[in-house]
Design a protein around this ligand. Structure first.
Ligand code: SAM
Length: 296
């Protein structure tokens, strides 16, 4: 924001002046819309490639498509001024690339555990930092807008509390925090999908995130919004694309799942095939949520 104390501006400038490719730290009732409604007011299309490029490796394109926007918190003024923006757990940096192309004045910072995921060709106003969200290498009260997306299948229960605390800590009083998360299991998943998805032993964070945010007593104006997407071909291009994301996730983490389920890798591969066949025949709807709040 325009009234950001100069020490914060100085810190961010220092960060931005370091080489952009070298990590600076190595510590370790809602308005529900479904994907059919989106096609009537389309601004952003579903990303079409699945060749490993940034947008296909990230759920960001689907989320942007469902909401037809990149964020829900009222941060337009911050973005049009010289705010400092943090994408915590930025993955392949797709959200940051989109945002920096649209908003030129803020300083954007992406944090991730795996620097190999950071894109190599980036705008001047993005800085990537290799660091752990659970122990951010930033001083208190630094960023005007902090967001985190798609950690539903990553964080364990206790990690959510630490992450929320860290994100609040680095946000300036009056600044905004936004979370974007899916439910773990689509509604109306069939029996095969249910068996597979039950192996996800994460918390369904969308059920309790608002409670957790409230419980911090450091946030106000807590709000949420959701969108639904039918996974698979009955959900059109977006449903097919996100079905591929889900499949990639279960393939990349196959060992963890087949061991947890007590089945062989061959049985697991067959289960995955059967799940995706089942998905083509039923309207399994996955809900995505955005939660946003202002730091007191
Ligand atoms: C959990 S997803 C996040 C997806 C990303 N927000 C997006 O929308 O594409 C995968 C990314 O999270 C990052 N990640 C996972 N755990 C992390 C942690 N504890 N701290 C920082 N980044 C983390 C990894 O670097 C990885 O690139």
């Amino acid at each position: 924001m325009g009234n950001k104390p100069s020490r914060l501006r100085g810190f961010i400038k220092k960060l931005m002046n370091k080489s952009n490719n070298s990590p600076i730290a190595s510590t370790s009732e809602e308005s529900t819309t479904n994907n059919d409604d989106v096609s009537n007011r389309i601004k952003y299309n579903v990303p079409t490639t699945h060749d490993g490029s940034t947008h296909s490796r990230s759920p960001h394109g689907i989320l942007k498509y469902l909401w037809q926007s990149n964020f829900s918190a009222p941060v337009e003024d911050i973005l049009l001024s010289s705010g400092a923006i943090l994408d915590a757990g930025c993955g392949f940096g797709a959200w940051l690339e989109d945002m920096s192309a649209e908003y030129h004045k803020p300083d954007f910072v992406g944090v991730g555990l795996f620097p190999q995921h950071f894109p190599t060709q980036i705008s001047k106003n993005i800085k990537f930092v290799q660091a752990d969200i659970l122990c951010l290498p930033f001083e208190d009260n630094l960023f005007d807008f902090v967001r985190l997306s798609y950690f539903a299948t990553t964080f364990a229960h206790h990690e959510w509390d630490v992450a929320i605390k860290e994100l609040i800590r680095v946000t300036i009083p009056g600044g905004w925090i936004e979370f974007v998360e899916p439910d773990l299991v689509p509604k109306d998943t069939g029996p095969i999908g249910t068996r597979l998805l039950e192996a996800l032993d994460n918390l369904n964070i969308t059920d309790i995130l608002e409670l957790k945010l409230n419980a911090t007593k450091q946030l106000t104006d807590i709000q949420h919004d959701s969108r639904s997407l039918t996974i698979g071909k009955l959900g059109g291009e977006a449903g097919i694309s996100h079905g591929k994301n889900i499949r990639e996730y279960f393939e990349e983490n196959s060992q963890r799942f087949y061991m947890h389920m007590g089945i062989s890798s061959e049985e697991y591969s067959k289960l995955l095939d059967d799940f995706f066949e089942e998905l083509q025949t039923r309207e399994a709807k996955l809900r995505f949520f955005r939660f946003w709040a202002r730091k007191i």
